[in-house]
Design a protein around this ligand. Structure first.
Ligand code: HOZ
Length: 426
């Protein structure tokens, strides 16, 4: 595989940007080698600046559920841009996207648009602290809720990939108010709440964690969180930045039938442009400025191009979309499991709908501790072998693969065949 141009760009980029990238995990540090610079994407494929083509399972870390450069999404962005790209004033597009979100997430009676998942989660926490008058928050090991100070404690995603789950620069006083528990362990939640429940503003959780790799919530776990938090008046925040419109149209809250107080969204709702959102009941959200005292703002929030891309993307999502994604993803995970068996490699595949992770691990992966026991060296070898065979996977053991409606059975078959060859002799 030729990579001269990517190498040249990376040298140049490193002179101008920390690590040569705009976000750490894409630097390929955990898997060795160096990042490929992407020139274009279409459907299930991306192409780098050296002309290599790959079946893409990163999909911009989730948003491109209809594949790259979907004609309807591209046309809606182009059309919106002809009328101006930003006004810092309301447009009717915000109402349309809010309506589309509320159809799928009825508990989000009021929605505030922001520019990223990070903004959504940090704003939701500010709101929870304000309405409860409490400072402490509970998060779970290996869950990643963006890079706000209070949340970079035992954080997954790039923070875990690069070995900095507790980031430098986070004031100890903030980290001190973040209580961290293992995921999938209700007993620990219960005993912490018995001690400190009346000081806790919120429990924030990725209902289907994807940032320590994909983890399945144990049966009854999410319902248990709901039950345990209620009597203490603790708000339950579902960070559905990844799972929203991914694991079901109405996200994990629809799939598992849970009613969180606040929901954070991102990724898919922007159709590949920068958008986040948070929302909940009208009464809770009435505390957000300008209606209430909780301040949060943004010049580009509700940006018309991003709203248009989101509206177009959500308009394409039908029950058939999810049926297709489910069957395609099941075929991939079954094929990968079979390829590993034939090659005598031990892996665990965790999958919910069209989100999955292949763990190089002998035992089931159910939380951060078990995820960290995975063989990251083997993952790196697998990653590199897949890349050279034309398959672009997330460059970390602690991330998720995503599928889109543009992935066809030929892509899946090619991926399984590449995996078999990659597993063989590992
Ligand atoms: N937070 C993203 C992974 N879960 C990575 C974003 C990026 O590097 O682009």
């Amino acid at each position: 595989m030729r990579t001269e141009r990517s190498i040249r760009f990376f040298e140049e980029a490193r002179k101008r940007m920390p690590g040569g990238v705009s976000s750490p995990v894409r630097a390929f540090k955990a898997v060795g080698g160096q990042p490929l610079f992407i020139k274009r994407g279409k459907g299930s494929h991306i192409e780098d600046v050296d002309g290599n083509r790959f079946i893409d399972y990163v999909l911009s870390w989730g948003p491109m559920i209809m594949g790259h450069a979907h004609p309807k999404v591209v046309a809606s962005i182009a059309k919106a841009s002809l009328s101006g790209t930003s006004f810092g004033a309301p447009t009717s597009l915000e109402i349309k996207l809010a309506q589309a979100i509320q159809m799928a997430f009825p508990l989000m009676e009021r929605v505030r648009f922001v520019n990223s998942g990070t903004e959504a989660t940090m704003s939701a926490i500010r709101l929870a602290r304000a309405v409860t008058g409490r400072n402490k928050i509970i998060k779970f090991e290996g869950c990643y809720h963006g890079h706000a100070d209070s949340l970079l404690v035992r954080a997954g995603s790039g923070a875990t990939t690069l070995g900095i789950p507790d980031s430098g620069g986070v004031p100890p006083v903030l980290a001190h108010d973040t209580l961290v528990l293992p995921f999938n362990d209700l007993k620990k939640v219960e005993s912490l709440l018995m001690k400190e429940g009346n000081q806790v503003a919120c429990v924030i959780v990725e209902p289907v964690p994807g940032n320590m790799g994909t983890i399945l919530p144990a049966p009854g776990y999410l319902a248990g969180l709901r039950e345990l938090t209620k009597p203490f008046g603790i708000l339950l925040i579902f960070d559905e930045v990844m799972s929203g419109f991914r694991v079901a149209l109405g996200g994990a809250q629809e799939r598992y039938g849970i009613r969180p107080d606040l929901t954070c969204l991102g990724k898919i709702i922007g159709g590949g442009l920068p958008v986040g959102a948070y929302g909940g009941s009208a009464s809770l959200m009435s505390q957000v400025a300008p209606e209430g005292p909780v301040y949060q703002a943004g010049t580009l929030s509700g940006n018309p191009l991003a709203m248009s891309a989101g509206i177009a993307t959500l308009s394409l999502m039908t029950p058939e979309t999810y049926e297709y994604l489910e069957s395609c993803s099941a075929a991939l995970s079954e094929g990968l499991a079979d390829a590993a068996r034939r090659a005598k490699i031990k892996i665990q595949i965790n999958r919910v709908g069209s989100q999955m992770t292949v763990f190089f691990n002998d035992h089931p992966v159910t939380d951060y501790t078990s995820a960290l026991r995975s063989d990251t060296k083997q993952f790196s070898r697998f990653f590199t072998r897949m890349l050279t065979r034309g398959v672009y996977l997330p460059p970390s053991q602690f991330e998720a693969f995503f599928l889109s409606t543009a992935h066809k059975s030929a892509d899946i078959e090619k991926t399984i065949q590449a995996a078999y060859l990659a597993f063989k002799g590992m």
